[in-house]
Write a protein that binds this ligand. Structure first.
Ligand code: SF4
Length: 352
């Protein structure tokens, strides 16, 4: 089995292991264990039924040693601290991969009514479980970021947000948070993630606040898939995404703008790859991520949706990675963000 095929399998089938750092339903698409595979960060589902297990730090497939080292990411020190008003830092931001600080600055979404919600999303589940707070204030994020850099060597930060009812769809609160974190830790690169802000000028406000890169996540370029899986979000037309991406590339630069494209929503794989090529031509990095069935989402609890077949994920990942290499747009060249981290995708293992 090739290295990419193993990485695809792990992304879909998961691994049986007790991992100290895991997250439930926060920023990012799934409920994963954060591990290092051969030294690279990977977000892998923790599953009791996976054929992959760990013996010490060695990866076994049905008992056979694959010669691959897997280490759980250790629990960061900053999790043990609290703000002066008693909020645990762990509820304000989380460690992703080996060195990414991730936060959802507003943990609620105007699209969370059952007939509007993205069917793979569980943004409010961790709030209901008491694992986080609804709104992270800029000064709280600055305090946590400074500690995470000082105590745990965090090297970049990702700030995402639920969509607000405002015209900017939440982007202005992100800008305030970025400004506060940059004042406290100017050297920390930050990626912001939001829907296309109604007014494109807000993208310049985010850049001026200090954001280094941006994710404007469409998840699918197929309008039928969008309507079925994202009834609320699909009311923002693809034309608005394209305008926002173009303006974001102008403001942030080529390959400092990205979007998630999910594999496994019933899309046509050839159309997905040609859509990814169009994005690459625009200077936008298509972050290819498998749909992962997550308990607590409508996709699982109502639809019984399953993860994509490994062959499909591998074929799409290889094709998009080849296009990225051809264009000289590597994830590691992004200053911050999911493409730079790469843990939720197989693209970096495929050279993208
Ligand atoms: S790619 Fe990295 S930063 Fe993005 S959600 Fe996954 S673990 Fe977090």
């Amino acid at each position: 089995m090739t290295e990419i095929a193993t990485r695809v399998d792990l992304a879909l089938l998961g691994i049986r292991v007790e991992v100290p750092v895991r997250r439930r339903s926060g920023a990012g698409p799934s409920d994963d264990g954060h591990v290092l595979i051969g030294g690279a960060g990977a977000a892998i589902p923790l599953r009791w039924d996976s054929p992959y297990t760990l013996r010490g730090d060695r990866l076994l497939l049905e008992g056979t040693d694959l010669g691959v080292t897997v280490e759980p990411v250790r629990r960061p020190h900053f999790y043990d601290l609290s703000t002066a008003d008693g909020v645990s830092y762990e509820k304000i931001a989380r460690l992703h991969g080996k060195d990414v600080l991730a936060t959802t600055v507003v943990q609620t979404c105007i699209r969370y009514a059952e007939d509007q919600r993205c069917r793979f999303c569980a943004i409010e589940a961790s709030l209901e479980a008491g694992a986080t707070i609804a709104v992270k204030r800029p000064e709280q994020l600055a305090e946590v970021a400074a500690a995470a850099v000082r105590l745990d060597g965090v090297r970049q930060m990702v700030m995402t947000t639920g969509t607000s009812a405002g015209k900017d769809r939440g982007a202005r609160h992100l800008a305030r948070c970025v400004r506060a974190v940059k004042q406290a830790v100017p050297q920390l690169p930050i990626q912001v993630q939001c829907e296309p802000p109604g007014d494109p000028a807000v993208l310049s406000e985010l850049r001026d606040a200090g954001a280094d890169s941006i994710g404007i996540h469409v998840e699918s370029l197929d309008d039928r898939v969008r309507a079925r899986w994202m009834p609320g979000k699909s009311t923002v037309p693809l034309s608005e995404y394209r305008s926002a991406w173009r303006e974001a590339v102008r403001v942030f630069g080529r390959n400092q703008v990205s979007t998630y494209l999910l594999v496994g929503l019933g899309e046509d794989p050839d159309e997905l790859v040609s859509g990814a090529k169009e994005l690459i031509r625009m200077g936008v990095y298509p972050f290819i991520v498998p749909f992962r069935p997550l308990a607590g989402t409508l996709a699982v609890d109502v639809d019984g949706a399953l993860a994509p077949e490994p062959e499909r994920l591998e074929a799409v990942t290889r094709a998009v990675a080849a296009e990225l290499r051809r264009a000289g747009m590597l994830g590691v060249a992004q200053k911050a963000g999911c493409a730079a981290c790469g843990a939720c995708s197989v693209l970096q293992s495929a050279g993208g």
